[in-house]
Design a protein around this ligand. Structure first.
Ligand code: GLC
Ligand code: CA
Length: 518
């Protein structure tokens, strides 16, 4: 049976960077609402909003101080309700983020835990432990943002934080934690949300607190954003991290699935962020009684290499089928280098055509449709905790979070009337929505056309036949053949081209893709 999410195109909005409505330099919910017609006109089916909940904003809102309230910088609960209402009125569904691995240290529970004694109920909502000795944390786990994953408090105990020290991990063995999240899930569905993107979905169960990691330094290197591209290295570490992907996590999602299903034909869906290896482990999260989708990061970080992509994509297609699920594809998000910078703007256009033809659902990160590169900035502008926790050794993720350029000749390009929280590049004039709408060959118009034709030719069947798998990578779906040239040779083509990533004649140049009607 076809569900709305099986082949949906979902547009990720990073609220702080989309549209400012009140001149404070930060995007907000009213700003998003005012731009929903633009989003709808792209041809997408749904939006996913990164967190807009109450937050001290130490980690771009992924440090939640109250999961059932809106942070004043983003607006009010009423603004959220109006956003959902407007989205629904123009036929867009809304997926919201949920961050169950940790709270902010500003959450009332953590403040209470700090004031309460060792062993108290209040401490038991988090992971507080005594150290191996007075100065040594309970284990050698590292924070994914650099440095140790433990911080010591005044009475000598340590608390666990897989991310920043302002993001204490929650203890999912405590039923109070589970109940609180169930309340949050219902709260947002009742307000109008159609689904959830589950942050760090693979991290919740901490079953091996007393198991050290065998190589924390190697792990810390493998997790550096700039080496994520070295897929082999990353994957070999991911497979062995004692704080990820414990079996107990699935129990949580089986319970959540019952809640989602209890809303019947609202068809609530959940997509998981899972960093695990091998990919077969990720498909366990989409067993029929668990979640609906997981992000396939293997393709997002893949080298522009035909052998690698063929194997990665065809393995994924086969693996999800075993669970009767559908795959997802993404090329960028708020945590990664933008695809146009990572593989080059021409290859990014080609990859967009290549993945938008595949069966499954596609995620587009705001600005990706413009072919926007990662923003550059001086260190004094940076805000990502990764930059600070690594003492500047890693630049962090701010480059992917620079606000959207909408219109005009110079920064801030219609994003705000004030000073943008991160600087937009002064030479982004040709990347504005206004400019690209008027240019037939723009990346924006390529995406719009692709989404139109996708509806016309591709949706419905999950079947695909590979036609060439070396240098030229191609597959057929129904009447259409999708080809991408990942070699350094020009390749002759024949047939009726219905869409091309660049203007082409009768050969397909390197790093281009086409859709052919046969
Ligand atoms: C996820 C989010 C990322 C955040 C982290 C901690 O990976 O995508 O932005 O920093 O979780 O919540
Ligand atoms: Ca604002």
């Amino acid at each position: 049976m076809n569900k709305w999410w099986n082949e949906a195109v979902i547009y990720q909005i990073y609220p702080r960077s989309f549209q400012d409505s009140n001149g404070d330099g930060e995007g907000d919910l009213k700003g998003i609402t005012s731009r929903l017609d633009y989003v709808k006109a792209l041809g997408v089916d749904a939006i996913w909003l990164s967190p807009f909940y109450k937050t001290p904003n130490k980690d771009g809102g992924y440090d939640v101080a109250d999961p059932r309230d809106v942070d004043p910088r983003f607006g009010t609960l009423e603004d959220a309700r109006k956003l959902f209402e407007k989205a629904h009125s123009i036929g867009l569904r809304v997926v919201v983020d949920i961050v169950p691995n940790h709270f902010s240290s500003e959450h009332k529970w953590f403040k209470e835990a700090l004031k309460s004694p060792k062993g108290s109920e209040a401490r038991n909502r988090f992971h507080f432990y005594d150290g191996k000795d007075a100065n040594t944390p309970p284990n050698n786990w590292i924070s994914l943002f650099g440095g140790p994953a433990w911080t010591q408090i005044a009475d000598g105990q340590w608390y666990l934080h897989l991310f920043d020290s302002s993001q204490p991990d929650l203890n999912w063995d405590n039923p109070e934690v589970a109940e609180d999240f169930e309340e949050t899930i219902r709260f947002w569905i009742d307000l109008g949300a159609d689904g959830f993107r589950i942050d760090v979905a693979h991290g919740l169960a901490k079953e091996d607190i007393h198991v050290d990691h065998y190589d924390p330094q190697g792990l810390s290197d493998a997790l550096r954003l700039d080496v994520l591209m070295e897929v082999e290295k990353r994957n070999s570490y991911l497979a062995k991290i004692p704080f990820f992907d414990r079996d107990g996590v699935h129990e949580i999602y089986r319970k959540w699935r019952k809640i989602f299903d209890s809303y019947g034909d609202r068809e609530i869906m959940a997509v998981a962020e899972v960093w695990v290896h091998p990919p077969k482990r990720a498909t366990l999260y989409v067993r029929p009684d668990e979640l609906h989708q997981f992000f396939n990061f293997d393709v997002m970080n893949a080298p522009f290499d035909s052998e690698y992509l063929y194997k990665s994509i065809s393995d994924m297609l086969n693996l999800v089928k075993e669970q009767s699920a559908w795959p997802t594809w993404c090329l960028s998000n708020h945590d990664s280098e933008r695809v146009a910078s990572r593989i080059g703007s021409q290859a990014a256009r080609a990859m967009a055509l290549f993945v938008l033809g595949l069966p499954g659902s596609a995620y587009i990160y705001n600005g990706q449709e413009l072919g926007l590169p990662s923003g550059e900035m001086s260190d004094s502008d940076r805000q990502d905790p990764i930059f600070f926790r690594t003492n500047g050794k890693q630049k962090g993720r701010d480059g992917a979070r620079v606000p959207m350029p909408w219109s005009g000749e110079t920064s801030p390009f219609g994003f705000t009337n004030g000073k943008p929280w991160l600087p937009l590049q002064n030479d982004w004039k040709e990347f504005t929505v206004e400019h690209e709408l008027a240019d037939l060959n723009s990346s924006l118009n390529l995406y719009k056309r692709a989404l139109e034709l996708r509806k016309e030719y591709f949706l419905g069947s999950g079947e695909l036949t590979w036609t060439r798998t070396n240098g030229l990578l191609s597959y057929k779906r129904g009447k259409v053949e999708v080809l991408i040239n990942i070699s350094d040779q020009e390749i002759p083509i024949s047939g009726k081209v219905i869409l091309a990533s660049q203007t082409i004649a009768d050969v397909l140049p390197p790093a281009t893709a086409i859709w052919l009607l046969s």
